[in-house]
Design a protein around this ligand. Structure first.
Ligand code: ITT
Length: 184
């Protein structure tokens, strides 16, 4: 089994990534050494910088995952600032912000950054379109899962298996796994 270090402080990401990559023959090992998150407008730039930084620090091949939720009615907010907004506003206040908003469309995006020491990073992206729920629903998953719904069901109401079939993370990870399988 190919083993890859996943630099993240978020254990939920590791559980989801393991569910997706283990059946494809890739073992994930979490390292939470962290990496500097650039104040950039794009997830790809953040993931790419983070992967390169961590690969050189740990001196081995690594992957990172930078994700964010982009709410159409709020002009794409919080996007790359999703972690900060989750800590400061949280789901309840996002629902409140959206109270009078008729456009509830949102996109969840994930970018996997991969890098080997002294090389340039590669990125693999995935996204899933959905809507911001009218209220918090479901206690499964993490982060924005209870307020992001696809076909009327929030990620917080889905188990990992169901979320992993359609999620932004799954779409990015399958691209990454396909690239690895092609002998890279
Ligand atoms: P690392 O950077 O250490 O990997 P993080 O949780 O800070 O962990 P991100 O910056 O990628 O990760 O996440 C931005 C925010 O979006 C953060 O609050 C996450 O909890 C949330 N998030 C990321 N993926 C999610 C998902 O699949 N479902 C729900 N919320 C998610």
């Amino acid at each position: 089994m190919r083993k890859i270090i996943f630099v993240t402080g978020n254990p939920h990401k590791v559980i989801e990534a393991t569910g997706i990559l283990a059946p494809l023959g890739i073992e994930i090992v979490q390292n939470n050494c962290g990496y500097p998150e650039l104040q950039e407008d794009g997830l790809a730039a953040i993931a790419s910088f983070g992967a390169k930084w961590a690969a050189n620090k740990l001196n081995c091949e690594v992957m990172v995952d930078d994700s964010g939720i982009f709410i159409e009615g709020l002009s794409g907010f919080p996007g790359p600032y999703s972690a900060y907004v989750a800590k400061t506003l949280g789901n309840e206040r996002i629902i409140k912000l959206m109270e009078r908003e008729s456009n509830r469309n949102a996109v969840f995006k994930c970018v996997i950054g991969y890098c080997r020491p002294d090389e340039e990073a590669l990125v693999f992206s995935g996204e899933v379109k959905g809507k911001i729920a009218k209220s918090i629903r479901g206690n499964l998953g993490f982060g924005y899962d209870p307020i992001f719904e696809v076909d009327g069901v929030t990620f917080g109401e889905m188990g990992d298996e169901e979320k992993n079939r359609i999620s932004h993370r799954c779409r990015a990870l399958v691209k990454f796994a396909t690239w690895l399988k092609d002998g890279k």
